[in-house]
Structures are given as structure tokens and as C-alpha cells.
Design a protein around this ligand. Sequence first.
Ligand SMILES: [Zn+2]
Length: 535
Amino acid sequence: MEFAPSRKQFWINVVRLFVRPVTCQTAFFLLLFTLLVLPDVLTESICSTLSFYRIPTGLFVCYLLSLPVVLLSSMFRRSYKTTIGILASILFVVDIYMLILYGQTLGTVSKESISAILATNPAEAYEFASVYLTTDRLLVVVVSVSLVLILFYYVKNLHFRWNNISRGVLAALLLLSVYSTIGQWSKVVESNIYYLLTKECPDLREYRQNPTVVSDGEYVDNIVVIIGESFSKYQSSLYGYEKETNPLLGELRADSSLYVYENITSACVTTIPSMKSIMMAYTDSMGDSIEWYRCLTLLEVMQKTGYRTYWLSNQSKTGLYDNEVGRFADLCDEQFFVGDKYSGMVRDSKDEELLPLFEDCLSNDTTPKFIVLHLMGSHAEYDKRYPAEYGKYNSDDYVESHSHLSSSNRDVVAQYDNTVLYNDYVVSELMKRVLAKDAVVLYLSDHGEDVFRSSCDYCGHATERSEQHKNVVRQIPLMFYTTPLFRDRHSALQHKIESSVKNPYRTDSIMYTIMDMAGVETVNGVSYKHKSLLK
Ligand SMILES: [Zn+2]
């Protein structure tokens, strides 16, 4: 079917008008697209997480931003273009900076990272930045800013020729981008940083479930759970690492009071989702299928079983916004945060400051007790985690064993190993504090740390890295310490602890193991014994 000339001309004119915001200012449009969309696409391509909606939505947004250029009178056009150009350049530089610092841009930042960033206070953010913002990375920022300037200079002078066919193709692409943006609207909204920032962090006390708990009545006077931070089993002599990083815990193991578990993985690779999966019946894989704060919490089950609950922490309770981990502390009968003393300062309180708090907690006669200790452990920045006398290792000790690393990275390994050595002291001291009591201590790390294992230039635990990296981070140490009195009184439990050291287990079920130790038979009529690590 042929269009009559006038009808054909009509459609040509419609297409011309529709694509005019792009065609009359092609250089401006390309510049916007490069500055606003390219960093996101680049990030997601690097991490192999490129989402289908990213490019079409970017096209659509740039089209909308270009619209005023054809609508405004020439008087305002120039100042509009300048303003938008400057804002887009600032966003580009921020994106590049974030990409280097967090491995994510403003547009690709994940929910976990947002909560992690918000959960840190300014002092922690400063520490974090000083770990990751090295001179060569600063150089990358400088280079990217120069690139923007060069881009501006060249694109400004480019001329584009559009004909009917290229206009038609452009119109089709733009229509597709509108269609795709509308189709993926919920994703676009949920990945919006403003949405993530304003998403509430509910008070868990308002979501108590008041479960019916049936217990076998066999209470352990003290159940202690130590949640470590970023402790990699690959850097622990308990797990065969060549440096003697766990001498004191090694002695407890030789003494048959410490049981080191061999096949344990964490469900998540960052603190907040990991803590949720440990402290409640929520696991990361549930995603948004359920509101996490409506899930049953371990603390409530322990309280209903008859345990008095304590939360002792060397991590901060509140960051710039409410910290989700702090919400678990609110559920406890008593809570103490070492970090409270240091608010507003660069915080380097050492984990041993928990020892007197722990002693106070043990000294009152109330039993049974359930005590959660949350350590700073091996959190970056490593050299702030241990006192000078634990600085046993330095980069010279790694010249042969880590010859593939640069000297500054060998320094980082040495500092990391010193955190493990200091953690060895703190954890073994905590265990010794309960020696004369009826007590069991469970130690596990929230997640591990990739100390240059998946790549010789990366150390940390990031969500947006390769599967190989995440597999390294998921390998965590877990151990049980039992006292003579505990072994006497709870021989069946002791036997199960001894015989389970090789069981493969993921820590998003650890709540059921703790319930098992506490003598919980059923919760709301359901038995969870099959989910326990202890068999
Ligand atoms: Zn952590």
C-alpha cells in the first residue's frame, strides 16, 4: 500500500517533530547519554549484571531532558543547556568516584550497599574511604574528569546529518525506550536512590509475634553467641593457614573444649543481610516476597523460652540513619554499645572493651541468659582494629609466600592477619570468662573476607563482584566452646556438638541451632530440630 504524497509527508513531519529534541541538538543529547548512562552501563557490564531496562530508560530520560531545548526560546536555551550540562558532569564525576570506592554508581547502587552506607556513621565512612581511596584511584578520578572536558570540547564541534531513514530508526528506538521504561517501571522506581534512602527501617518491637514456645526445660545457664566481623577462614591457622594467627583458640581446641567446624558458609556477603539471616527466620533469598521485619526473631523465641537476653556490641548502633542491626538490640532486655562513648569521633574502640561489659553481664545472678556479642573483628580499616602490641606481622613476612602481591598489598595482608591474631585473644578471653559456669559459646563470623584471593588487587567483601569472589567471602569460621560444667550437665548436647564438626551448613539456619541448644521443642506447634546444625 502506498501513502498518498501528502499523507506520507504528514507522517514524515510527525517523525521529524518527535525526534527533533535529539536531531536538532545531537551533540547535547550524546553528551547527556554519555555522562548519565554510560557509567551505569559500564558498572553493570563489568559486574555482568546489566539489566535490560538500563539503556532504554537512559535513552528516555535523556530525551525528556532534551525536550526543553526545542521548546524554550533561544534566550533561555543556552542557560538551560549549560545548567543541565554542568549537573550531568557533576553526576558523572560522582558516579566515577563511587564506582571506584564502592564498585557501584548512584544508578546501580544495591539495596544492601545503601543500607551498609547508611548504617555507617561519618567516622566509619571516613575510615572506609581512606582504605579504598588510594593515590592511583584518585588518579582515575582526575583522568575521568579530564575525559569529560575533552568530550565537551570535541562533541561541541561535531555536526550530524539526519535523513528520513535515520530519523525513522531513531523514532522507533525512542518509542521502544518509552515502552520498556513503562513496562519496567517498578524496577526503575526501586533502583532509584531516593526510594532506597527513604525506605523505612521499622522498629522490630512493633512486630513482635508473641509465639507459643514449648521447651524441654533443659536450660543452659549461659548461651553466648559471638558474631565476628569479616573473619576469613583462609587467614586462620585453625583452618591450616601457614601463619600462626589463632594460637590461643588453637590451645583451647587441643584442650578439647573448642570444636572447630569445617564446612560452614554464610548466606550473604555483607553485614546487614547476614545479621538478618542469623537473627531471624528471614533469608536473603526470600527477597521482597515477604517483609523481613515481619519474620520471627530469634530474640523473641529465646525470651519466650525463658532466657534473659543481652546485646553487647562494639559496632555502632546508629549511623546517619537508623541501623537495621541496632533494631535487633532494641528487642533485647538489655543492650550495651561500646561505640556510644565515641560518637562524633573517629572510632577505633578495640573489641577488648567488651570484656568488662561481658563480666558485668555474667556477674548478675539471673539465669538462664542469652548473650549476643557483636564484634568489630577484622572490619576494614584493618590497622585500626588491634592495639600496637598485636602488630606482629609486617609486609616483609610475606615476600616469599605472597610474591604475586605488590608491597603495599602485602602490608594489607599483614594488617589483616594482625586483626585475626588480636581477635584470637579477644574471643579466647571471652570464652575463658565463662570457664567456671554452665555455658556454651558459639562463635561465627557474619561473612568472610576476600584477602586478595580472587584477584591480586582486591581485598574486601563487595556484593557486586564475581561469583568466585563471593564464594571466597562465604567461607566462614564457626566454632563451639563448652565448659566442664556444661559437659557434665548436658552430655547429649555435648555429644551432638562433638559429632557435628564436619556437617555442611549455611548460617541462615543458625537460629534453629541456637533454639536447639536452648531446649526449644516447638514454636507455634512446629518443630525446627531438622534445621539444626547439631545432629
Ligand atoms: Zn560484616
